[in-house]
Write a protein that binds this ligand. Structure first.
Ligand code: NAI
Length: 343
């Protein structure tokens, strides 16, 4: 069987890390047909659209995307392509597993956290205007529908994957109505899952708790902005943004992408770490039913990290992006089956 996947290489380090990932995926023997499209500034030059119609049609057709990061201009310019794709395809649940890789020195070993971030509203609704000169208003939209469906996603995941605890993270002491609604919805859904312990923490305290003792949490459920910020904090707990994968799930389709951005500071130098996009691709392989290939790559990642001689600079090595990919492909031939427990 051939899997048709929409591929968005993105910009900055995107093309380098997605190229490395595609090479590794193809070396598993699984057959892919890639429908490749630009998005963002690069797409605008070619199609006069930031998200070309062809890209939208491709995702509607394949229902699965693998995406590199896309740059969003700061303080002006076009709106985030990433946010727009999530809204357009109702990819309402952003899923980010936070786990250590072997032999990467971090403050805490054996971190195992799951972040579920609401992905379609909150302050990312992008509804802003100038009220009068010098005063700007930005609207935070929270709906019962979106809050309930993302809560249900989190609890269903917990049930199916035998997770024990979910904390809903909020700031309902200040945003009593908006975060209050998010909290009420998650509380309501939690009642249907009595086997899962439910807790609530305020977001600022959560950041402190996470750096003091990440083991107290199992799964975190957050609205959009808190999820974005806390994800990067958690990436720092396990070795940095080069390592942490992500997935955007909707009822109709899913797009897999790393937590990190386009990293303009290291783009075009063949030094970016492709592990985060590669691990996102492992989530994709599981989603499309190619579980054996996912384990094959996962075990190879463990082997390469254990060996340490072909790691990228962000994790203390000196190998380039493509050299790292070569070593994963090589390791796939010899890695022991089913050593790793999780993606
Ligand atoms: P960033 O995540 O691109 O970079 C933050 C730091 O982490 C930089 O020092 C960078 O070099 C490092 N880093 C990130 N990924 C790495 C990798 N794979 N290997 C090694 N080091 C890595 O965040 P930043 O600089 O705040 O954002 C840059 C651009 O990316 C912005 O335009 C932002 O809007 C966009 N962005 C896009 C996302 C997406 O497409 N999903 C997500 C986050 C940001």
């Amino acid at each position: 069987m051939t899997h048709r996947i929409t591929l968005i290489p993105g910009d900055g380090i995107g093309p380098e890390v997605t190229k490395a990932t595609v090479r590794i995926l193809e070396a598993t023997g699984v057959k892919f047909e890639w429908e490749t499209f630009a998005a963002g500034a690069e797409a605008f030059e070619k199609y006069k659209e930031y998200i070309p119609k062809e890209l939208t049609e491709s995702i509607e057709r394949t229902r699965v995307g693998l995406k590199g990061p896309v740059t969003t201009p700061i303080g002006g310019g076009f709106s985030s392509i990433n946010v727009e794709l999530r809204k357009r395809f109702e990819l309402f649940a952003n899923f980010r597993p936070i786990r250590n890789l072997p032999h990467i020195p971090t403050r805490y070993p054996d971190v195992d956290l799951i972040i579920v971030r609401e992905n379609t509203e909150g302050l990312y609704s992008g509804i802003e205007h100038e009220v009068v000169p010098g005063v700007v208003e930005s609207l935070k939209i929270i709906t019962e529908k979106a809050s309930t469906r993302v809560s249900r996603f989190a609890f269903e995941y917990a049930r199916q994957n035998k997770r024990k605890k979910i904390h809903c993270i909020h700031k309902a002491n200040i945003m009593k109505m908006s975060d209050g609604l998010f909290l009420r919805c998650s509380r309501q859904v939690s009642k249907e899952y009595p086997e899962i312990t439910y807790g609530e923490h305020i977001v600022d305290n959560t950041c402190m708790q996470l750096v003091m003792n990440p083991y107290q949490y199992d799964m975190l459920l957050l609205e959009n902005l808190y999820g974005d910020i806390v994800s990067d904090l958690c990436a720092g707990l396990v070795g940095g943004l080069g390592l942490v994968p992500g997935a955007n799930f909707g009822h109709e389709c899913a797009i897999f992408e790393a937590v990190h951005g386009s990293a303009p500071d290291i783009a075009g130098k063949n030094i970016a770490n492709p592990t985060a996009v590669l691990r996102s691709a492992l989530l994709m392989l599981r989603h499309i039913g190619e579980v054996d290939a996912a384990w094959k790559i996962r075990n190879a990642i463990d082997q390469v990290y254990r060996d340490r001689s072909k790691l990228t600079r962000d994790v203390g090595g000196s190998a380039g992006t493509s050299e790292f990919a070569d070593s994963i492909i090589q390791a796939m031939e010899s890695a022991h089956p089913a050593e790793a427990q999780e993606v």
